[in-house]
Design a protein. Structure first.
Length: 255
């Protein structure tokens, strides 16, 4: 039987974060009612043997259908996200999700998001994420939220994206999407800061976007050194403007 949901977890030297992410998957409500498959995509971690051992232990000690994939050679960070997309497409699952190693899902996340995607006109569903500062209390981001549960048509979602910026869809771990709609889409490997924003904006052109006004994921800054390094830089500014131009053209195409 094809899985209802496939989740890919890109990993690079983040063993302890991976453990937290897997624990949050094991804590999902009604997990025995969800046909779920999880792929850990290891981008040649220095501790890849330990990563593989963790995946095998979780697989043996639980009912979680989890598989370990080791890249033959190291890919770029965004290239590994694209590898995860190709794994999702090949899985045959109806719905897909990326979960960054270290980020966690709240117990009702998968059930809530499956319910939203039961509406066939919704391309992806998102919600609130809580940002957990690092040990120094540093976080360049705030909790993402709107005022109420809402379903946005494509045009409204894109306009909202221009207002909310890179976080209109939340962290990468937050949205769940229809796998059939990501065929041919990819994260732009030229973008280190805004690749996810461009990806969600492009996916928003393929259908409505659902937002749930509840915390569905937690985003841990201690595992996001790359994002903290880029926040507020000229590179981030240039990439943001590039994506804004892309969204503007997408809006014109929808007219």
């Amino acid at each position: 039987m094809k899985p209802h949901i496939a989740i890919t977890i890109p990993v690079k030297n983040c063993l302890y974060g991976l453990n937290d992410s897997l624990l949050s998957l094991l804590g999902q409500k009604a997990l025995n009612q969800i046909n779920l498959v999880v792929f850990v995509v290891d981008n040649q971690s220095d501790d890849k043997d330990e990563v593989k051992a963790l995946v095998e232990r979780v697989a043996n000690e639980s009912k979680l259908n989890i598989k370990y994939i080791l890249n033959e050679e190291p890919l770029g960070r965004v290239q590994n996200w694209n590898k995860c997309l190709s794994v999702l497409v090949s899985s045959g699952a109806a719905y897909g999700k990326l979960l960054f190693s270290g980020d966690t899902l709240e117990p009702e996340c998968l059930l809530n998001q499956m319910a939203m995607l039961a509406m066939p006109w919704v391309s992806f569903t998102t919600g609130m994420h809580e940002v957990i500062p690092d040990e120094e209390g540093v976080s360049p981001y705030a909790m993402m939220h709107f005022d109420a549960d809402t379903i946005f048509p494509s045009e409204n979602a894109l306009k909202l994206s221009l207002l909310k910026g890179n976080w209109f869809a939340g962290s990468v771990a937050l949205p769940m999407f229809r796998v059939e709609l990501i065929k041919g889409l990819y994260f732009d490997e030229k973008l280190e800061w805004a690749a996810d924003w461009k990806f969600w904006a492009e996916l928003a052109t393929k259908g409505h976007v659902s937002y749930q006004n509840k915390v569905l994921t937690k985003f841990y800054m201690k595992y996001r050194k790359g994002y903290k390094h880029l926040a507020g830089t000229n590179q981030a500014f240039v990439e943001d403007n590039y994506v804004k131009q892309f969204i503007g053209l997408a809006l014109i195409s929808l007219e």
